[in-house]
Write a protein that binds this ligand. Structure first.
Ligand code: GLV
Ligand code: MN
Ligand code: MN
Length: 399
């Protein structure tokens, strides 16, 4: 079996590690993640890596080099709800395969390679993103540990149940010399490579993003008896905001804004919605444009609440500036690609956002069918994965 075929098969194996049968959902510190770790640990060991798991739950495989310095490779193993197979796992599998190649050739590079399989990038379980890479960058605050998931479990409890010590998250921080870089292979999640007929591309930058949790509180009441002019319906207010978000993003070039989750309470056909909470995700390559878009949308949200006599609470969940990839490493990635090396900007967030705080970052995108991701229809070809693996191996040689 070719190396690329093996990567594909391993992504299939990980897809079966899910909390929801019939689909892929693998949240931070879940049993499904635990099962995925058993496989990934085995594969790291097979490539002769020394494997450890840190407190937050990142799996780390280290392949020593002949000299000093460490290059970090990685991606994440958690997923969104009803996910595809490749967003995250592909990058971890390609990294392990690249190390396996070195091992099979009996080769040690002048530097060590540490493969990081991050515990959380999507933020599905606790609403707060990049938990894995934030711990490595030393940016996971103790206050975050009190966040609760949908079942009322705190992050600290989840970490403990998964085998980590929440009191020692600080130990997960990278403390050695500054790494030589952090390199991530990831599906593009966009249509550019496919449109250009290219299997892979180097990434120029990762767009910034802001996330909010918003709650409207009105008054629940009888759907048959409360006259329309006396209602304080939290859902109709939220509907207004959802459409305003779409309109704002449709008129500002480069802006994308999404309400991806909406919870209606009490949630019955014959009850006026008394409370609605929803998420807002706003992104733009330019940080100032993103900030002013957020300001305008939140002002619109508050105005809606006032006009409709509702209570409103806005909680900023996360805010990250856009991150430029390292020109030096990206140029090297271009050389490793050879020929037509296109640079693509990423609208999706990646662990490189936080890794950029401790080292230089480079990314390699792999073409995906229709640019589709965060969807079970995510698809990459074995041939393209083979190209990505060759490029990463060449990158390691060039470095
Ligand atoms: C991660 O996939 C994100 O960009 O939300
Ligand atoms: Mn994702
Ligand atoms: Mn991802």
């Amino acid at each position: 079996m070719s190396d690329a075929a093996k990567v594909m098969r391993r992504c299939d194996v990980l897809a079966a590690c899910t909390e929801e049968p019939g689909g892929i959902t693998r949240r931070f510190a879940s049993d499904a993640m635990g099962r995925a770790h058993q496989y990934v640990r085995e594969w790291m060991l097979e490539a002769r890596m020394a494997v450890t798991r840190d407190n937050v739950g990142n799996l780390r495989g280290r392949y020593e080099g002949a000299g000093k310095g460490t290059l970090l490779l990685g991606s994440h193993l958690d997923s969104v709800r009803d996910a595809g197979k490749y967003d995250g796992p592909l990058g971890v599998m390609v990294a392990i395969a690249a190390v396996q190649r070195l091992r099979d050739a009996g080769k040690r590079l002048p530097f060590a390679i540490e493969t990081l399989a991050f515990a959380d990038e999507e933020g599905l379980r606790f609403g707060s993103t990049y938990l894995g890479s934030r711990a490595v960058a030393g940016r996971l605050d103790a206050a975050e540990l009190q966040r609760i998931d949908a079942d009322g479990v705190t992050m600290a409890e989840a970490i403990r149940a998964f085998g980590g010590d929440p009191g020692r998250i600080g130990d997960d921080r990278w403390t050695g010399e500054r790494p030589l870089g952090y390199v991530e292979v990831h599906i593009e999640q966009g249509p550019v490579l496919e449109a250009r007929g290219l299997p892979v591309g180097a990434v120029s930058a990762i767009a910034g993003q802001s996330r909010f949790e918003i709650m409207f509180t009105g008054e629940a009441g009888h759907a048959g008896t409360v006259p329309m002019d006396r209602r304080r319906d939290a859902l109709t207010a939220a509907a207004e905001v959802v459409l305003a978000v779409e309109a704002a993003a449709s008129t500002e070039p480069g802006l994308v804004a999404t309400v991806g989750r909406l919870d209606v309470e009490p949630g019955a056909a014959n009850v006026i919605p008394g409370r609605v909470s929803f998420t807002l995700d706003v992104r733009h390559p330019n940080d100032r444009t993103r900030a002013s878009a957020c300001e305008a949308l939140l002002a619109r949200t508050r105005e809606t609440a006032r006009r409709r006599r509702l209570g409103v609470e806005v909680r900023a969940v996360s805010e990250r500036a856009s991150v430029a990839c390292s020109p030096r490493l990206t140029k090297l990635m271009g050389e490793a690609i050879g020929g037509r090396a296109l640079e693509v900007a990423s609208g999706a967030g990646h662990d490189g956002v936080y890794m950029s705080e401790i080292t230089d970052v480079a990314m390699l995108f792999v073409r995906c069918k229709g640019g589709i991701s965060h969807n079970p229809a995510e698809s990459v070809t074995e041939a393209d994965v083979g190209v990505a693996l060759d490029v990463l191996s060449r990158f390691l040689e060039l470095l």
